[in-house]
Design a protein around this ligand. Structure first.
Ligand code: BG6
Length: 518
């Protein structure tokens, strides 16, 4: 364990030399943010708390307004009360809405009960935004945040265009479009959505959210690789045996059976979050920190992955679906017994794929990606396993000498661990694996800000670095398509093939025998 530099000060606050002298977070431009789908789950759990938290941390501009636009009936006061209830539920203790701060914030909230197909409601939105600009000084800067169910995205974009709410029609400030995932349900639908978007919004105004990119340890992957000299020389086919990327959950589909049964783990996690992690681990150093220099490298490395031929899908992938089992000692039902899931569903709740990157750096190094629900442990991590030693002379041959391993821990632990071999103290030459373990919370003495807070702030600041560019989204769909189509078109008669609370299906270990234990 690396010792914490955090020291208690006389006044009880923590002094941390690692954070001394840092400039405070930049306040964003004045703006109005419109949430489509404001009566939905994501808004109440993640988006609203993120915006309110920015207010608490002083990173929201003073000149700010929030408009909810959704089907559920509310008037402005009703929606303000709804927001307060949600913040009371989802903000941590000590950060609940109260006093002057909440009063001021709530006055800036308004709501439009809307039918997404009705042009008049978009005209009403336009009127509301213009009056916000005057009343709250939001300077003609507007963010439209799509957090409705994805089938509605194209309609909203068309309506914004028709109502003159697109960036080209805005002469006084900027207009940005934030698009929640999933961006399409397959390659074709993603392309269709993109065509609709680009008629009204240039790429420079589109922010495709992948909340994994807002997680602190994910942002740190670039710092680990490019702010140090010791890792890059060995970050290639000469030293790396394989890379495994895991995003495992203990949760089931909860109330989202209706969505998930048409999605599955490949669409829901692998095509976006997990592929984006791969891009960060495998990309070449960008020539600068400009958003497009970084995003070009991510696209470039994804371009070097070829989609597997259809007849090889079985050899490079594994799928699973959970049956009944137990999580934390409590029995849980199987996927097919969940609400809104077909009783004979063929949808995978576990997906694993093997990708090869055909470039100079990575040729021959397999990248294994896996994600699943109702697994033994919630953990997201990237494991880089290095090659074995070329020759052993230690011990009597009974001690295993494990390969070195670098573990980038994304959640729930946030940190970096290095596994290396060490001699057990004593007269014999016994060898054991030990870890050097860095933990962000201990090291920097702060809790990482929630991903959405960072990402919404970046959209307000106009920084696209942590948002996925269209070419990379398209490429991620292209790579996954053969597996997606094969799974869709062939029923897996072994489903359910893993019990809830376990390591996943046996096919995953057949694909790769060295997954880290969950
Ligand atoms: C979402 C998926 O994008 O990510 C969910 O739609 C999944 O199915 C979630 O549960 C996982 O996010 P996190 O941050 O909890 O790993």
């Amino acid at each position: 364990m690396i010792n914490s530099p955090v020291q208690a000060q006389g006044d009880g606050t923590a002094f941390n030399p690692l954070r001394e002298g840092l400039p405070s977070d930049r306040i964003t431009d004045p703006c109005t943010i419109v949430f489509f789908g404001a009566s939905g789950d994501l808004f109440k759990r993640m988006l609203l708390p993120a915006v309110y938290s920015m207010r608490l941390h002083g990173t929201l501009p003073t000149d700010f307004a929030l408009v909810g636009f959704s089907r559920t009936q509310y008037d402005d006061d009703g929606f303000r009360n709804y927001c307060k209830e949600q913040l009371d539920t989802f903000m941590p203790d000590g950060q609940k809405p109260q006093g002057q701060l909440w009063d001021d914030f709530s006055q800036r909230i308004s709501y439009i009960t809307a039918d997404f197909k009705d042009t008049r409601h978009f005209q009403a939105l336009k009127g509301r935004i213009e009056s916000n600009d005057k009343q709250f000084g939001t300077a003609g800067n507007h963010i439209f945040y799509l957090s409705t169910p994805p089938p509605v995205f194209p309609e909203i974009v068309k309506q914004l265009h028709a109502a003159g709410l697109d960036p080209h029609s805005n002469e006084s400030g900027w207009t940005r479009l934030v698009v929640e995932k999933p961006f399409g349900t397959d390659l074709e639908s993603a392309r269709a959505l993109q065509r609709t978007i680009e008629r009204a919004f240039p790429e420079s105004s589109v922010y495709r959210i992948d909340h994994y990119l807002g997680k602190e340890p994910v942002q740190d992957i670039m710092a680990l690789r490019f702010a140090n000299t010791i890792f890059e020389p060995i970050w290639n086919r000469n030293y790396v045996q394989n890379v495994q990327i895991t995003a495992a959950e203990t949760l089931g589909v909860e109330e989202r059976g209706g969505y998930y049964d048409h999605a599955g783990a490949l669409r829901d996690m692998i095509q976006n979050h997990v592929t984006n992690l791969l891009a960060l681990v495998a990309m070449e150093p960008p020539i600068s920190s400009a958003a497009d220099d970084i995003r070009s490298e991510k696209y470039k490395v994804l371009s070097a992955i070829s989609a597997p031929p259809f007849d090889e899908v079985g050899a490079v992938s594994a799928r699973g679906q959970y049956g009944p089992g137990s999580i934390d000692g409590k029995p849980v039902k199987g996927y097919r017994q969940e609400d809104d899931v077909a009783p004979d569903s063929n949808t995978e709740t576990f997906a694993a794929v093997k990708y090869e990157i055909n470039n100079w750096r990575w040729a021959g190094v397999p990248f294994y990606l896996r994600s699943g629900k109702r697994l033994a442990r919630k953990v997201s991590e990237i494991v880089v396993t290095f090659k074995a030693i070329p020759h052993r002379f230690y011990g009597d041959g009974t001690d295993a000498i494990d390969a070195n391993m670098l573990v980038i821990k994304i959640q729930p632990d946030e940190g970096i661990a290095m596994r290396f071999e060490a001699k057990v103290p004593g007269p014999k030459d016994h060898i054991r694996s030990v870890y050097m373990d860095f933990n962000y919370g201990v090291g920097f003495g702060v809790q990482s800000p929630p991903a959405y807070e960072r990402l919404i702030g970046d959209a307000m600041r106009g920084d696209q670095t942590l948002f996925t560019r269209w070419d990379a989204v398209e490429r991620a769909w292209e790579i996954v398509t053969p597996v997606l189509e094969t799974w869709q078109n062939t029923k897996d008669f072994t489903f359910p093939n893993y019990a809830a609370g376990t390591q996943g299906p046996s096919g995953a270990s057949a694909l790769f025998g060295d997954w880290r234990q969950l």
